[in-house]
Design a protein around this ligand. Structure first.
Ligand SMILES: *[C@@H]1O[C@H](CO)[C@@H](O)[C@H](O)[C@H]1NC(C)=O
Ligand SMILES: *[C@@H]1O[C@H](CO)[C@@H](O)[C@H](O)[C@H]1NC(C)=O
Length: 388
């Protein structure tokens, strides 16, 4: 593994020297790689913190029997290698790699840590999948693909360990840059000034008070920030899938709360957005979200040998008892109602809507900037809300 990752780095860098970073409609491959690096920094920091916070014995006590801990350490190491790899590739191509930010993860014990890790891995898969169409250089595409498949293994492993179907459906759901940033920004407190600005912005948060797995046909409650209510005309709900939006019945329950019925055709880690109109779920039409909804029946701790003991108070048998699932929603609640832009430069805001189109679309509008202070405040308020 070490060898192949080094070899791949060499190949990519060799090619990068020969070919200038390609650009399509203003989004360079460097932007895409820095976007990926932003996520890898977050994941690497998350595992590093978790492995510092919780011991091998803590995982065993929580029902995660060997070799789970060893595999988790491998996962943490994979994320660190992704960071190193993308950093090197960007440097080799003459671009400035972003550095790690300061994060706040609402994890307080092994079970909330693993539940959050599970969701983060799923978002990672969706992020690489959604970004794939924006990569111009084939060498980078292969490199990004090799990270994507690894993230998918992490995701499947954690899903199975936590009693979810490892691969709940035939096609994974792609998320575009702004959708991913909406989710990731909930954990980012601040970033170094020196980080170049990425052409991404966050939509108003959409959260689920209960993040228990939902079945097809059942209703889940959503809360929208940003003053979105049923009084807002033409509000619809769409699940994001690779073949385009799957529209779902939506009803208002007042005070910015909605009830969405889980439609046929979505399973596993799914993403729902509120949109203006029911024709198009591209960035221009998103009012809030995405919210993460796990769709499906809990599997029980199947197929992972003795990894999950189950039964005990610390068992990992059901996501319904996962504090961190609601932690994500708690984290989300105090988030800004206006879009915020990530540090950034002169780049226009980008909407490479993976679900609607394979061509990046520029709307030229940069979201309203949230001041550094306000963003720190929002993240701290979120953490405080969770800890209470
Ligand atoms: C690790 O522990 C610190 C201190 O309690 C906490 O702030 C942080 O969120 C924890 N991180 C994870 C990933 O568990
Ligand atoms: C959705 O809207 C965007 C612009 O807002 C447009 O570029 C795209 O083609 C539309 N997609 C469909 C399927 O109509």
């Amino acid at each position: 593994m070490k060898f192949s990752s080094v070899a791949l780095a060499g190949a990519t860098m060799g090619l990068a020297h020969a070919t200038p970073l390609t650009e399509r409609a203003g989004v360079t491959d460097a932007d895409v790689l820095n976007y990926a690096l932003t996520l890898e920094h977050l994941e690497a920091a998350f595992y590093q913190e978790g492995l510092k916070n919780y011991t091998h014995a803590d995982f065993q006590k929580a029902g995660m029997q060997d070799p789970f801990y060893m595999n988790l350490k491998e996962t943490a190491s994979d994320e660190q290698q992704h960071v190193k790899f993308l950093t090197k590739a960007l440097k080799a191509a003459g671009a400035k790699p972003v550095e790690a930010c300061t994060y706040a993860f609402p994890a307080t014990d092994v079970s909330s840590f693993l539940a959050l890790g599970n969701v983060l891995e799923g978002v990672g898969v969706s992020a690489y999948l959604g970004a794939a169409a924006s990569i111009m250089d084939k060498t980078y595409l292969t490199a990004a693909g090799s990270i994507l498949t690894t993230e998918a293994r992490h995701s499947a492993y954690l899903r199975a360990a936590l009693g979810e179907a490892p691969a709940a459906q035939a096609f994974d759901n792609p998320l575009d840059f702004d959708e991913v940033y909406t989710l990731a920004s909930m954990f980012i407190v601040s970033c170094p000034e020196s980080n170049g600005k990425l052409p991404v912005k966050a939509f108003p948060a959409l959260t689920m008070p209960s993040m228990a797995p939902a079945k097809t046909g059942s209703k889940v409650e959503l809360m929208a920030a940003g003053g979105v209510s049923m009084d807002t005309k033409d509000v619809y709900a769409a699940f994001i899938t690779v073949t385009g939006p799957v529209w779902a019945p939506l009803a208002s329950t007042g005070n910015g709360k909605f009830e969405v019925t889980i439609p046929e055709g979505v399973a596993g880690q799914s993403y729902v957005v509120l949109t203006k109109g029911n024709k198009n779920a591209s960035d221009d039409n998103i009012l809030a979200g995405p919210a993460i909804v796990e769709v499906g029946e809990p599997n029980g701790p199947m197929g992972m040998g003795s990894q999950c003991s189950g039964g005990s108070s610390g068992s990992m048998t059901s996501m319904t008892s996962m504090p961190s699932m609601s932690a994500w929603s708690s984290m989300a609640m105090p988030m800004p109602t206006a879009s915020k832009t990530m540090s950034s430069g002169s780049m226009p805001s980008m909407s490479a809507s993976a679900s609607a189109s394979s061509t990046p679309v520029f709307n030229g509008a940069s979201g309203k900037s949230m001041s550094g202070f306000a963003s720190v405040f929002a993240a701290l308020a979120a953490v405080a809300a969770f800890l209470q």
